[in-house]
Design a protein around this ligand. Structure first.
Ligand SMILES: Nc1ncnc2c1ncn2[C@@H]1O[C@H](COP(=O)(O)OP(=O)(O)OP(=O)(O)O)[C@@H](O)[C@H]1O
Length: 464
């Protein structure tokens, strides 16, 4: 059965043109010339995507969208806005439109957006199934993680990989945004095409434009020959714009145009270039806050954030630490040609540290520890002082002097630490009358860390 598209457009000529274009592509097309007809179609027919004009004789596309999103939240809606009407476009995206098209609508653009919408729609329907599959999986390409948050991220990556929509990755520095962008590319059918990364913060703003769009010989002093920009280099593949929050307003406007039209002009050139590039953007800044402050264009924000993926900080997913640490140790084993063992108790100690630099800090700390380790045995002493201090502080600070009885000098230090830790947890839980969040507060660790330790020491505690 072919996919069905509903077109709501009062301009007869334009509607006819859109219907013909889509019917030629093999879609079944329903039509409506005003709000009443549109409501009738909505109530009586199934359709996969609706494309509606903003201005209708008896209502607005925004009003229809508001009603339909409430009634069928899983539907896929695209609004057609007048050229340059940013406010309507932004409002539509906020309400829940999949995307918007700016008039005049090109046939090619129409075909692409409908195709993307249907792909997104289909994968959303498969969501449940793929979610179950992904839940079993603790890695995706080079990414590892077994926490619920990372399973969710893996699921999203797989669902969006083959849709040409832009993706916005947000998360603190070192949480894995670049890796995530690569994983999306590798999961997609563009995997054999180029993956091009541009760090927008690392390139001075005057140069960034020519870096992205290229230039023609003579465009400026020193432009002695034509130079391709990253958009052209990435043609057919993926362009990863890292630190997107750092680009100037002027460049934001240009970028918006490429995301809409897929065309641009190299600096100093009159020749329009057309590219097929999938854009993934990332930032560790709060882009929606930047929008509110007027530092980032709202329309570009919505355009980039068609699919948003949040990479959680490591302190919120301590369950991933052992897996990540093992991955680094394995990598280094093959690089250094020797094997490493991780001292007992070290892992639980490391889950107590908050890792402000996230996975990058963990990687660096582990690499350092491997190099410093004697006989390949990685110990807490091999970690940077700030980590040792934090770990020791948290482990010992909650143990009173009268409990020094737990210190058995005949045991190796990690085992002594584990004894302290277990006792401290038991005491905190008693003090907190079994309320885990309170106990975690007393211990100065996250509730997740506490749960991890309760399981680790097999403490007989009722689940909250
Ligand atoms: N899930 C993961 N599994 C294994 N390694 C990871 C994972 N996520 C990130 N890493 C590693 O952690 C380090 C930092 O990751 P990455 O550069 O992707 O972070 P980022 O969020 O892009 O950082 P920044 O914002 O500073 O650019 C890299 O060495 C990367 O390979």
């Amino acid at each position: 059965m072919s996919d069905t598209v509903l077109i709501v457009e009062d301009n007869h000529k334009l509607r006819r043109l859109m219907v013909l274009t889509l019917e030629k592509e093999g879609y079944t097309v329903l039509q409506a010339a005003d709000g009443v007809e549109a409501e009738h179609q909505f109530q009586n027919h199934h359709f996969d995507v609706a494309l509606m004009d903003i201005l209708l004789p008896d209502t607005t596309g925004i009003k229809l969208l508001e009603n339909w999103v409430t009634e069928r939240p899983n539907g896929c809606y695209i609004l057609c806005t007048a050229y340059g009407d940013v406010e309507d476009a932004v409002q539509a995206m906020k309400i829940g439109a999949f995307d918007y098209l700016t008039k005049p609508i090109q046939a090619e653009e129409l075909k692409i957006v409908i195709k993307q919408a249907l792909e997104w729609q289909r994968t959303r329907e498969d969501e449940q199934l793929s979610h179950e599959n992904v839940a079993q999986q603790n890695h995706l390409h080079d990414m590892v993680g077994k926490s619920e948050q990372m399973h969710e991220v893996f699921g999203l990556i797989q669902r969006v990989a083959n849709q040409n929509v832009t993706v916005l990755l947000q998360g603190e520095s070192g949480t894995g945004k670049s890796r995530c962008a690569q994983a999306i590319h590798l999961e997609s059918d563009r995997a054999d095409e180029p993956f091009v990364k541009v760090n927008c913060a690392a390139i001075p703003s005057q140069l960034l434009e020519s870096e992205l769009f290229g230039y023609q010989k003579g465009a400026f002093t020193g432009a002695t020959q034509n130079q391709k920009g990253k958009f052209e280099v990435a043609d057919g593949g993926t362009l990863f714009l890292d630190e997107i929050g750092d680009i100037t307003m002027e460049l934001q406007a240009k970028l918006l145009q490429v995301t809409q039209e897929k065309t641009f002009y190299p600096l100093g050139s009159n020749e329009e270039k057309k590219v097929d590039v999938r854009i993934i953007a990332a930032t560790n800044r709060d882009l929606s806050e930047m929008v509110q402050k007027g530092d980032f264009r709202e329309d570009l924000y919505y355009r980039l954030n068609i699919i948003g993926i949040h990479l959680p900080p490591l302190r919120e997913r301590p369950d991933d630490i052992p897996l990540l640490a093992e991955q680094v140790a394995k990598q280094l084993e093959s690089e250094h040609g020797r094997s490493y063992t991780i001292e007992q108790g070290l892992m639980s100690a490391l889950t107590n540290y908050s890792w402000p630099g996230n996975i990058r800090e963990l990687h660096n700390a582990f690499s350092r520890a491997c190099v410093l380790s004697v006989d390949g045995k990685i110990k807490i002493d091999d970690f940077p002082k700030e980590i040792q201090d934090r770990v020791d502080g948290e482990e010992i600070s909650n143990v009173g002097e009268d409990e020094m009885i737990f210190k058995d000098p005949s045991l190796p230090l990690p085992d002594q630490l584990e004894n302290y830790e277990q006792k401290a947890i038991e005491d905190a839980l008693t003090k907190a009358e079994g309320v885990q969040s309170k106990a975690a507060e007393i211990l100065g660790i996250s509730r997740q860390s506490l749960l991890y330790k309760i399981r680790k020491y097999e403490l007989d505690i009722e689940e909250e």
